[in-house]
Design a protein around this ligand. Sequence first.
Ligand code: C2E
Ligand code: CA
Ligand code: CA
Length: 911
Amino acid sequence: MTAALIPAIAFGAHLAGYLARFEHAIAEARAVLLRHEAPSDIVIIGIDSHSLRELSEWPWPRRHFARLLQQLDAAEPSGARAARDRPERTGPKSVFIDVDFSSHTTPDDDQLLENALAEWSGPPVLLATHFQLRDGAPDPDFLTQPLPRFARHAGEVAVTLEQSPDGLVRAMRSSWLSRGREIPSIFAVDEALPPSTPIPIDFSISPSSFGFAPFSDVLNGRIDPAAFAGKRIYVGATAVELRDVVAVPVYRTLPGVVVQALATETVRAGPLRSLPGWLLLGILAAVAAAAQLVAERSTWRRNVLWLAGGLVLLFGASLYLYDVRRIDLPSVPFALVFVGAFTATTLRSLDRQTWRAVAFALRLKRRDALLRSIVDSSADAIISIDGGGTVRAANPAASRLLELPLYALTGANLGRFLPPLGADDALDVLDGRVTDCAAVTATGNELPVEITVSRVTVDDDVLYTVIVRDVSERVAQQRLLDHQARHDRLTGLPNRTALYEYLQSVLQENAPADRAALLLLDLTRFTDVNDTLGHDVGDEVLSVAGGRLTEALGRQAFVARIGGDEFAVVLAGIDTRDIVDAVALALIDSLKPPIHARGVAIDVGANIGIAVSPDHARGAQELLRRADVAMYAAKRSGSWFEYYEEEHDNHTVRRLRMVGELRAALEDETLMLHYQPQVNLRTGRAESVEALVRWQHPILGDVPPDEFIGLAESTQLIRPLTEWTIRRALSDVASWEAEGLSVRVAVNLSARMLQSEDFAEHLSRMLDAQGVKPDRLELEITETAMMDDPARALQVVHELGRLGITVSIDDFGTGFSSLGYLRDLRVHALKLDKSFVTDVEEREQNRVIVESTVQMAHALGLKIVAEGIETPWVDNYLTEIGYDFGQGYCYSRPLPSAECLAWVVRFNAAE
Ligand code: C2E
Ligand code: CA
Ligand code: CA
């Protein structure tokens, strides 16, 4: 298949002229190689610069040409002139004048030339006819022919030179057909050539083959006419000024008349022949078949030699044929056939395996380049070392990291920079592992790095790749995070976590006989500072206090801040309690001078609880707990410090004491009721308040309601507490009413109160006693309380409803009430729990709850209240989505009665 295809393609390309450029280049090379002087009888009488100068006018008067002919004829003995046809003539064999005689000049001059031509004794002088070509054929409108009066006495030859597409003249036509007349080219006059056939000119013939005589020298008789005997005389312009030059191969430019002479000489040597198409195709096919046959029997390496040899042979053959046989063999199609046949067979002979190998090699090359670029651009240092630790290669990052130029790094021992690699069997130990260590750079800097060693075998050579990563940033970051996790931001002291860890390590390290003491210190009066002077002052007091404690103990001691106003000190390796006592006193003393914060002198004291290991506990956890119990005891007894005693730790005792204290508080009226305003979001007015109980414990300070309400619920105290709250609330409402402020008050009702049979009745009596209308009172019952005993709750709510007292469900969303139950309950409002409200701006998922609850409440005909509104954004948002009431720090914190009254008046007035 290929055997036939390749020569066909080569032949086609040759015919279509696609190969012309290569063919020309080869022809030119061949001409240069074969350049020679041919034995020629042509003498060119040139109209050269010298003649032009001597005859000093142009165009020359025709009498010059007439005289030239007479001069040339002078070579002829006068006797012979009469008998032209006599063979022993001694004048020129022929004369060809390549000059334009197509127009009239002066009558005298024209006459002189006509006479000279007529009197010419030899064969008729040949005169030039020139065609302009149009589409490769003579254009009859642009024909320069000798005047008939000259032509009558002369022969006529065509001098038209045809350019090939690249502008060079390479061939001449044997004859031209013009107006039905066949005019031969000069070289065809004496030869039998097929008409109108392009004859390639042989440029291996050197122009120096021709004789040359300047026109003026001949004219003025300076050359003996005998020199022209038997010669062909070509007369024509050779001076460059006359521009009768043409572009040719090999010589670049030649005068037209010289090209005519070359063409003549070419033909005389036997014209160059080209092979007929069919023969060429046949030879091509034969050569292709032979080439393929040869190629198929050899390996591809051998084939390359065959191919080279074939091409040399081809060129040699083309030279031989050209020079000796006068055959112009196109070499390029043959070259194509050779290359094609050899390539095709070679490719075919490569089996699958070889193709895979070639493809793999190509990919490998690309992968190699890719790998190299990865290695080079890696931020990690990548170093290749041999088994002895000597650096074989390294990437730029290695040079940066170790602060050493690459050339210096190569050949150095890596153990110098990475000490762990210095050990004897280090490489095998570290192989395949990630190891942290410190690197020492060439300039002596130390930096933390992470190294990964892996063993590779390259051509039986065992190497190790060491990847070194600078982890100083990571280490620094870790240290910072570590510090943050273990330190209190306000005071910079270790925090509870750090204390715990420290305690553990101390207790572990301690010999059983060694003692360690933990001192927990709680600032007194600190809550007051925070509440009255604000957090900023509170923070300042804390950090000054922290500083004083540290100072009192010196740098060595361990001081931590473990909570709001609690500090801890650890004393390790103590032998007597005296030392602990002394430290405790020193701590107390350090806090005695007032602390100046924002221009206020603040007195803070402290109570210290102390637990000693191993006397009181062996583990850190228990030691902490016991120190805490001791601190509580110190607070209660009002002593500066107290060691842990078992008795302190009696929980029930403590609880009982607290219940007693709460009862006392109820009786002494040291409980207080604060009120937090609720705002009607539709009108923007404060219309109600929620009553929230407060207990200011003489020793413990503010006890949060969540704590002591639970205590009260677990005893019988809840009933008097609730009654106290309601009475207090009603009396405050009554007194506000007296001041002209009409608001509703909401009181929280404990779950336990729902169980009380006569509660509704009791309540109605209290309302009467205070003279407050039932619709002024609202009761908040938590959703969970309702669900403890739904039937009972339903009943109570009904009874209350009959009395005209409204009920709302508190902390809605934290229990699991069913919709049907809510509908039957006939409560007044749902109070969405603050956990959904406070952070509704940040927490998308809470919005779903906040928005669906308002829909649901309104669908059930209930009012909806939001508590825990802390920002104006939440206020706006809730108002927009239809909440009825809002409550929260954004409006006001719970305030004592008188203050709340003032707040509401002011708020509503502003509105
Ligand atoms: P509660 O009924 O849900 O009361 C609302 C709590 O939220 C109050 O805490 C109030 O100070 C606080 N609060 C108000 N606005 C905001 C705010 O914008 N953001 C935040 N984070 N909190 C806000 P308080 O006074 O500590 O009361 C705690 C709980 O103690 C009350 O929760 C209630 O269940 C119970 N309680 C309080 N007083 C009484 C009472 O007289 N009787 C009964 N049985 N329980 C009470
Ligand atoms: Ca409430
Ligand atoms: Ca609530």
